[in-house]
Design a protein around this ligand. Structure first.
Ligand SMILES: [Zn+2]
Ligand SMILES: [Zn+2]
Length: 351
């Protein structure tokens, strides 16, 4: 495990290919073995920011940063598909001095090619696998050993069994850890354990270099030791304390509208109705918890403002009854011409 807060090269500079990873890659290549580098974010710069005014280069339809894709020569929004020419100036102040912060697989690929100019490098993410047959072609390169280093997103984590891969480098283990979702720890553990499992499946032993800003986080520690039980034992305490699944069931209302004020008012009215219904019935009062309405973690996507209400219920039947009551007695407050309410039962992603 490499602590990214502390790791510096000989000149004292922070590198996302740390000296530890660099050395291990060199050794692996010298032995004629193969490497996987994993980073769960595609593109070149995931956080382009204007050096003159300090504003992030954002999507005009969504409240989110654009990602620079160098190969496509464009900034792209990963949520609505909006694109902006890569030669564009800052949308806020017009300056041309845009700093390309934030790391994606394209940037890792560029750095690797510079560090190991003789190595044969391939990249597997949604940008390189859009064409039919392209995934197979990339995997063949690994199998036939015509690729030395494979760089990719979670697409490289899944089930591949290549005996000559003896080094897995996790560029930054923390990306999924800070998601505003109760499953963030579980997903991080799963992904890291999975991608680590790609190393050393053959006769030669494998090595995993896990780079992280959170070396003491239990999701990362349990992934390091591949210890499902250790992860479970800590995670379950937190789930229980906050009544998250598996101790409860959840239903999420997503309130979406093009007018910010109307959307906000609608969400408030729906929230009030939830509170009235909860108090009208003793069994609801005991078993249904209402969280919100609040602004969604991405407040605007594709020109729509987004708010949310989360219902937690200890009993699935009662929770469903609660929503049925709401729905059938108050059809208008659910959806109208300007504001839409989407009901998501057991939401998997809570963005
Ligand atoms: Zn967008
Ligand atoms: Zn600017």
């Amino acid at each position: 495990m490499v602590d990214l807060c502390k790791s510096r090269d000989v000149q004292g500079i922070r590198r996302f290919i740390t000296p530890e990873l660099h050395a291990a890659m060199k050794e692996t290549l010298d032995r004629g073995e193969q490497i996987i580098l994993f980073l769960n974010r595609r593109g070149f710069s995931t956080f382009p920011i204007c050096a003159a005014c300090g504003e992030a280069v954002k999507c005009k339809n969504c409240d989110i940063s654009l990602t620079l894709h160098k190969e496509a020569n464009a900034y792209k929004c990963h949520y609505c598909g909006y694109t902006l020419a890569s030669a564009s100036n800052c949308p806020t102040c017009g300056s041309s001095g845009i700093k390309l912060l934030g790391l994606g697989t394209e940037k890792v690929e560029a750095a690797v090619k510079k560090l190991f100019p003789d190595a044969r490098v391939a990249r597997m993410d949604r940008d390189t696998t859009a064409r039919k047959g392209s995934i197979l072609k990339i995997l063949k390169g690994i199998k036939n050993r015509t690729t030395d280093i494979l760089i990719g997103t979670q697409m490289v984590a899944k089930g591949h069994d290549f005996p000559n891969i003896t080094l897995v480098g996790i560029i930054c283990a923390d990306l999924s850890l800070s998601f505003p979702d109760f499953r963030a720890g579980e997903r991080t553990f799963q992904l890291l354990a999975q991608v680590s499992g790609r190393a050393g499946r053959g006769v030669s032993p494998g090595k995993v270099i896990l780079q992280t800003y959170n070396p003491t986080h239990f999701s990362i520690l349990s992934a390091k030791s591949q210890n499902v039980k250790a992860f479970y034992n800590q995670e379950i305490v937190f789930r229980k304390a906050l009544n998250y699944p598996p101790f409860s069931r959840m239903i999420q209302f997503k309130i979406l509208g093009k007018d910010k004020k109307k959307t906000q008012k609608h969400a408030q009215a729906l929230g009030d109705l939830c509170n009235i219904l909860q108090k009208s019935d003793k069994s609801f009062l005991k078993s249904v918890e209402i969280l919100g309405p609040i602004e969604a973690s991405i407040p605007k996507i594709a020109k729509q403002y987004r708010r949310q209400i989360l219902l937690k219920g200890l009993n699935a039947k009662l929770l469903h009854q609660f929503v049925k009551h709401l729905l059938f007695k108050n059809r208008l407050i659910f959806s109208n011409r300007s504001v839409k309410v989407v009901v998501d039962v057991d939401p998997f992603f809570m963005m």
